[in-house]
Design a protein. Sequence first.
Length: 128
Amino acid sequence: MSKDHNAQACVNNCDQCPALCCRYISVEIDTPVGDDDAADHIRWFLAHSVNVFFEDNGWYILVSNPCQYLNVNNRCSIYETRMNICRNFSNDNCEFLSKWEPDLLFKTVEEWDRYWAEQRNATERRGA
């Protein structure tokens, strides 16, 4: 499906959409590779029920928290005065039409600890 077709399909399906893009925020964070402090920050995020994911060469936190302006019909109650980040959001990757899957997703400290131990072991085997 082309991006233009996908974007148009999303616009046409907004009435059925559960406002997926309005139910979380994600923010890029420091890359933890080789950085124990950044890795510890990730553990802290996860301990506070904040998911962490890696996608397109970047690390992000994902906070599940719906927008306070989302109404019961899954519409923006301040649409005409909504924030610029909402105005500038592109339908190119509409989550309603395609299943979003990051390259890596961590939901628990234990998942992260296993991954981080594997990364450290791989680095040690390479002699770095």
